[in-house]
Design a protein around this ligand. Structure first.
Ligand SMILES: Cc1cc2nc3c(=O)[nH]c(=O)nc-3n(C[C@H](O)[C@H](O)[C@H](O)COP(=O)(O)O)c2cc1C
Length: 173
């Protein structure tokens, strides 16, 4: 019998958590045993046959705690199939398709640690009020006023569902 799938994520503002929940729901709708957990709650990968891991992007990179999760669990992940995803605002910009290759490169440090069977690149959500640093808020406000930086929720649930629906054979379930 196929084992349990872990969908795990690192999120600061909640958008990536929502993407992870959606991926988990899509898998569960297909009769797959799935658990969705923030990375900081995951101590041990033994109960899972495969892992889907994702992070919000900040400063053109996975969140540090997400990279640390992969580093810490590298040996266990080597023995399982894993899929990776990221959530960012660059893919919410006009003509986002032109940026996909650029965005995909942000996965490279994680690709050096594990060999994913699939990668999902998703537009996220941005709320200036949730940015804790004053300096960052100022920077984003200027970019927003210049029309460069998008705000609001740009998560494309159809794209997320389609990616999640493609995972079972790749994850061996
Ligand atoms: C401090 C900060 C830095 C960010 N840096 C980037 C970035 O370099 N590139 C990008 O495309 N999005 C960037 N974003 C946008 C986030 O990736 C996006 O809002 C994402 O949906 C956040 O997910 P979360 O709510 O799960 O934290 C940044 C957001 C914040 C708050």
């Amino acid at each position: 019998m196929a084992g349990k799938i872990l969908v795990t994520y690192a999120s600061r503002g909640g958008a990536t958590a929502g993407v992870a929940e959606e991926i988990g729901q899509t898998l569960a709708d297909r009769g797959i045993d799935v658990e969705v957990r923030p990375m900081h709650e995951v101590q041990n990968l033994d109960p899972y046959s495969a892992v889907v891991a994702g992070s919000a992007i900040q400063g053109g990179a996975w969140l540090p705690e997400a990279v640390q999760f992969v580093q810490k669990n590298r040996a266990a992940l080597d023995e399982k199939r894993c899929a990776l995803f990221l959530v960012c605002m660059t893919l919410a910009m006009p003509s986002a398709e032109k940026h996909r290759q650029f965005v995909s490169a942000w996965m490279e440090p994680v690709r050096k640690l594990v060999s994913p069977v699939a990668e999902g690149l998703f537009a996220g959500a941005f709320d200036l009020h949730k940015v804790p640093s004053f300096a960052d808020r100022l920077k984003f406000r200027v970019s927003m006023l210049a029309g460069v930086w998008p705000t609001g929720d740009h998560r494309d649930w159809q794209a997320i569902d389609a990616w999640a629906a493609s995972l079972p054979p790749l994850l061996g379930v």
